[in-house]
Design a protein. Structure first.
Length: 119
């Protein structure tokens, strides 16, 4: 992947892509772990089917946002598990998407759609 690739060229991300990339910020995960993380984070509202999840992962891999660890390292005791991680470029794309979403939240606050969060 050329180093000059611009993260802004890939945003906006689809909501499920954003979720998957966000789950990978915690470290490498296998597909089932990603699925469980999404389920937990969304309080059960988003339950990705395996086929759908792996289609998203393949797409994210194709765009250079996700990569397999250790050249497709398999989990000990379960050779079917492939571990994935967020690539450095994927982290930059996710950051660009989060900044885009932050601006939408600021707009919603300014227009009194939501109340600003006080810290």
């Amino acid at each position: 992947m050329p180093p000059s690739r611009n993260p802004d060229d890939l945003i906006p991300l689809k909501p499920v892509e954003t979720l998957i990339l966000s789950m990978l910020t915690a470290g490498e995960r296998h597909g089932y772990g990603i699925r469980q993380d999404v389920l937990e984070h969304t309080h059960g509202r988003i339950e990705l089917e395996a086929g759908s999840l792996y289609r998203y992962i393949r797409h994210l891999e194709g765009d250079g946002l996700v990569e397999t660890t250790g050249g497709g390292r398999r989990a000990a005791g379960d050779e079917r598990r492939i571990y994935y991680r967020l690539s450095p470029f994927g982290r930059r794309v996710l950051a660009a998407e989060m900044l885009r979403l932050r601006e939408l939240v600021k707009l919603a606050e300014a227009r009194h759609v939501i109340t600003p969060v006080r810290t």
